[in-house]
Design a protein around this ligand. Structure first.
Ligand code: GDP
Ligand code: MG
Length: 190
């Protein structure tokens, strides 16, 4: 289904697995990356556990909400997804402001998407040196079309000191793991 969204739309995960003993800590997580790398698909896979093959282009930002637990901490993730307008000038301060974490994605089948990943990283680190970033090489299922090798992405990851995971929003590979690692990293900073 194609939906026009605006900043007041919050898609909520209805799971009720958080125990009362852990206070829920609200965190803003931004998803960044070049157009069509799979940002919206990753959020959809994580929050709703589904994948749409159609290319959806929407306007503004969409916020989805999901609870993520670690052993000691329960987080309420507010995941901000760019909806169209991935050009750098459209990524406003309000999109990034207040974020404690960011997932910056490239498309493993398009080598040029590495560039946006690096530019976004520099932009974010300039705005907030403490922001917890995770790199994602998405579309790992498209093995025959792979244009970025694991060692290439690993090199960039080492250069910036930022962890990376190869994911597929299509099969779900590493998608939950990625967000659980984000939660662990954020919990380590509390
Ligand atoms: P966004 O512009 O970064 O939000 O990208 P979308 O989530 O809209 O995805 C762009 C296109 O890539 C769509 O056609 C998706 O179905 C497709 N796509 C996204 N993630 C994957 C993936 O992991 N594997 C494959 N095969 N296709 C994907
Ligand atoms: Mg999108």
């Amino acid at each position: 289904m194609v939906q026009q969204t605006n900043q007041s739309d919050v898609t909520e995960d209805v799971s009720d697995s958080i125990t009362e003993s852990k206070p829920e800590i609200r965190q803003k997580i931004c998803i960044l990356g070049d157009f069509s790398v799979g940002k919206t698909s990753l959020v959809k896979r994580f929050v709703e556990n589904r994948f749409d093959d159609k290319y959806l282009s929407t306007i503004g930002a969409k916020i989805s909400r999901k609870k993520v637990e670690t052993d000691r901490t329960a987080f309420d993730f507010y995941i901000w997804d760019l909806a169209g307008g991935e050009a750098f000038q459209h990524v406003t301060k309000s999109y990034i402001s207040g974020a404690t974490g960011a997932v910056i994605a490239c498309d493993l089948t398009r080598v040029e998407t590495i560039k946006a990943m690096i530019v976004y990283t520099q932009l974010l680190q300039e705005m907030d040196p403490d922001i917890e970033i995770i790199f994602v090489g998405n579309k790992s299922d498209l093995i025959d079309e792979r244009a970025i090798s694991e060692s290439e992405i690993s090199e960039i990851s080492t250069l910036f000191g930022i962890p990376f995971y190869l994911t597929s929003a299509k099969t779900g590979e590493n998608v939950n793991y990625l967000f659980s690692q984000m939660a662990l990293n954020l919990a380590g900073k509390l």
